[in-house]
Design a protein around this ligand. Sequence first.
Ligand SMILES: Nc1ncnc2c1ncn2[C@@H]1O[C@H](COP(=O)(O)OP(=O)(O)O)[C@@H](O)[C@H]1O
Ligand SMILES: [Mg+2]
Length: 255
Amino acid sequence: MPLPILATEGVRKTFGGLCALSGVDIEVRPGTMTMLIGPNGSGKTTLLNVISGFYRPDGGKVLFEDKEITGMRPERISKMGLVRTFQVPSPFQKLSVLENLLIAGDGNPGESFMLAPLRNAWMKKEKEIYERALKNLELLSLTHLWDKPAGTLSGGQLKLLEVGRALMTGARVIMMDEPASGLNPTLAHKVFEHLDRVKKEAGLTFLIIEHRLDIALQYVDYVFAMASGQVIAHGKGDEVMADPKVIEGYLGSAE
Ligand SMILES: Nc1ncnc2c1ncn2[C@@H]1O[C@H](COP(=O)(O)OP(=O)(O)O)[C@@H](O)[C@H]1O
Ligand SMILES: [Mg+2]
């Protein structure tokens, strides 16, 4: 089995007297879609906040591609390739889908273009960004919308544009908090089908929180079930869903 691309070891986080995470260990293997599940308040979002650098943990470690990233700033972590989708600034409503991808693709032409000796290098980089944008449009089935203002996209298409923008930043691991929320089942499946495609065709790794298990489970390779700030079970989806502790956790949390 390949080494984890992302791992937490004994992560603890408290808010005042409340222990939101009490020693959380997870391992995310490269090229998988890994999902965090658990009742409301079990610590899922807090864990993503610690991994992505928004919260500094009170204890434990976060490791990404074998480097310890615990307590690093969110921008630094996302530049390293561990990207939470909302970290990619939200799409510019009036700009087209393609322009939104180009802007996310760290082009930032302004200054470097003025440096004449580097102009050729800059042109080459622009071309590379453009080609990557077209490839990502294709991957996400957004090609037909390339010239549409982002503000006219549907909820599902916007989720896919968010993923496209994350890909443009060079993400290798993408973290999303409830990508299916607010979408009808057909669109929710469409979003997950595309995440699956990005995983398989572009080799990305996903760490996803989702409470709509009816939709998400079929796309998922590995599940960590949390309750009260701890991992109570992990394994393949059907194994975890059959675990009495998980069943109890869900029945006990009349959501
Ligand atoms: N910024 C915060 N300040 C205080 N308490 C928080 C904060 N963020 C989360 N919590 C608390 O931590 C616990 C875990 O919350 P959260 O990670 O959002 O759970 P989940 O995403 O699984 O629903 C909850 O009791 C929540 O109220
Ligand atoms: Mg949450």
